[in-house]
Design a protein. Structure first.
Length: 116
């Protein structure tokens, strides 16, 4: 846990969230500033800053995170029509919260990926 990390505070229950799914390893909740009709985040409960911090020892956790992301998308009823998953890494990737998270965007056709 990082004392300054907003997502660690959500995991600890110190900041409220609209929880969708939780188990021992991961937590899913609605994004506070939705960029699509359905916008959720799935995070490891352990504080991992970004993709670049992943190590071989994290393989099982990452597999679980991705499989549970698919589960959460089904819970949110976006799986059948489809959705976009997104992981931003550091400044050029547009990462604003330094705790690894998978975005689920759905509920409408998500626009093309753009560089600007
Ligand atoms: P990223 O730019 O990939 O780091 O995405 C961070 C996401 O976290 C943004 O979509 C924010 O809207 C979202 N976010 C920030 N604070 C909160 C919060 N307290 N609860 C839910 N989502 C949040
Ligand atoms: Zn954290």
């Amino acid at each position: 846990m990082s004392d300054s990390c907003i997502f660690c505070k959500i995991v600890a229950g110190a900041i409220p969230s609209k929880k969708i799914y939780e188990d021992d390893l991961v937590l899913a909740f609605l994004d506070i500033h939705p960029q699509a009709p359905v916008h959720a985040l799935v995070i490891p409960k352990r504080h991992i800053v970004c993709m670049d911090d992943l190590e071989e020892a994290d393989r099982e956790l990452v597999g679980h995170l991705l499989e549970r992301t698919a589960h959460v998308a089904r819970l949110l009823n976006v799986a059948q029509n489809g959705y976009r998953t997104l992981i931003n890494t550091r400044a050029h990737g547009g990462q604003e919260v330094d705790h690894l998270h998978v975005h689920i965007l759905g509920g409408a056709r998500i626009g093309p990926m753009v560089c600007r």
